[in-house]
Design a protein around this ligand. Structure first.
Ligand code: URA
Length: 436
């Protein structure tokens, strides 16, 4: 049956419910271009404001999933496990995590996203490695998975094309923080991968797309529920995103820090999350002794070697792993200094992520290109002691006028006090199908 896009938008705008058939039509018509971007933007905003019920969400996720090829790796015996984050600032966890887990014998067919709003994206980070391509067809995707045990691709013309278009649209239309749109975006990509198990990192706090804990919990339950309906064993962690993860924000900066983690000297928070997620992915794959195996993969260099192998397989320059100084660095540098002495009680992820985006680490319009060398290196985070004039951050940027416009905002990202305050735990809770 054919529908009118305007009728469907008006139905959702006025708080009505869309039928499964109408949703199937809308997603197919948007994918083939007969529904225009501006109509889908209006629909995304209506969904953000009015939500979707369970039937609508199931139909929306199914329609996205079947907008392209759904992979079937059931002929490959090894467990296929993946990880996805709802998005944060400095959230580079997937990059050190997946080679580490793949080095322990788990297959990881990963379809990731680009930066979304003020949050960074795995694809943009990987593409800061010269030559690295994330645009693969299903045949190449399968070949890389079999040959290397790990493949890192984006939604494409053939794989989840509806999310490829809708994701870019949401990024620039203020329609990211919607629980049904996030859940269907993530789960349609993940279900297309032919997985046995999935780990989800649901961020909460200032720098997350969903900032309130009860809503992050709802998002986690929604996605674990979608996984269960589709027979994919799904575990979600709710983790804090009040301040950026690690010390680096920006695409090439985050690849550098990921290499540090793979060499065994990454920052404590990034290393801790990587290890907990790695252990859980091994548990989902039925592999015992997770922590020891992951430590061994780092100590022996097997995890780093796997990353080098996969970078090369994706057309990237493996020399940058040995010598990260070959990665892009934007030409201009500025330092943000502490206005007072004391304890850092706040290092705000949203402010830092938004400034990085405006400087060129993310997109303001969907056709914008990323400046891979734009980055913010954090010198002081929650709990650190600083003296007046100490550096809080070093910023690399290309465009002086953009920096002049952002400098004042970035300076507001830190609070300094005489009293030390406790920071939120990194991992708040774990949710699996038994909690549904
Ligand atoms: N990651 C995704 O793939 N989609 C979202 O909507 C948010 C994070």
């Amino acid at each position: 049956m054919t529908y009118s896009a305007i009728d469907l938008i008006e139905t959702k705008r006025d708080g009505g419910v869309l039928s499964s058939d109408a949703i199937g039509w809308l997603i197919a018509a948007y994918t083939d271009g007969s529904v225009a971007d501006y109509q889908m933007s209006a629909m995304a905003m209506a969904i953000l404001l009015n939500g979707m019920n369970n039937e609508e969400l199931a139909a929306w996720t199914e329609a996205m999933l079947h907008s392209g090829e759904v992979m079937d790796f059931s002929d490959i015996a090894a467990a296929k496990i993946d990880k996805h984050s709802t998005g944060g600032v400095g959230d580079k966890i997937s990059i050190p995590l997946v080679p580490m887990v793949a080095a322990c014998g788990v297959l990881i067919p990963m379809i990731s996203g680009r930066g979304l709003g003020h949050t960074g994206g795995t694809l943009d980070k990987l593409e800061s490695i010269p030559g690295f391509t994330t645009s693969l067809d299903a045949y190449r995707f399968r070949t890389l998975l079999i040959e290397h045990g790990l493949v890192l691709a984006g939604a494409s013309e053939t794989m989840v094309p509806a999310d490829r278009k809708l994701y870019a649209l949401r990024d620039t239309t203020g329609t990211v923080p919607s629980i049904p749109l996030i859940a269907s975006s993530i789960m349609s990509k993940k279900l297309a991968e032919g997985l046995d198990g999935l780990l989800l990192d649901v961020k909460t706090g200032s720098g997350a797309s969903i900032k309130k804990l009860d809503q992050s919990r709802e998002l986690a339950h929604t996605m674990v529920g979608i996984g269960a309906v589709h027979g994919v064993n799904t575990v979600a962690f709710i983790t804090t995103m009040d301040q950026p993860l690690g010390h680096e924000v920006g695409n090439a900066n985050e690849i550098r820090e990921s290499i540090d983690v793979l060499r065994g000297h990454g920052p404590a928070d990034v290393t801790e999350l990587t290890m907990v997620f790695g252990e859980t992915m091994l548990e989902l794959a039925g592999i015992e002794g997770g922590r020891d195996r992951l430590d061994e993969a780092i100590q022996s260099g097997a995890a780093l070697q796997k990353f080098i192998e996969v970078v090369e397989a994706h057309g990237g320059d493996p020399l940058v792993i040995d010598d990260p100084s070959l990665l892009a660095v934007a030409p201009r540098e500025a330092v943000v200094v502490a206005p007072d002495s004391g304890y850092v009680t706040r290092c705000d992820a949203l402010t830092i992520g938004t400034v990085a985006t405006h400087l060129g680490a993310g997109r303001e319009r969907k056709e914008d290109t990323i400046d891979p060398g734009v980055g913010i290196t954090l010198k002081a985070k929650h709990g650190d002691t600083v003296h007046q004039g100490d550096p809080l951050a070093i910023v690399h940027y290309s465009d002086e006028s953009k920096w002049e416009a952002q400098r004042g905002t970035l300076e507001t990202a830190w609070s300094i006090s005489d009293e030390l305050t406790r920071s939120q735990d990194l991992i708040i809770e774990r949710i699996d199908a038994s909690a549904l």
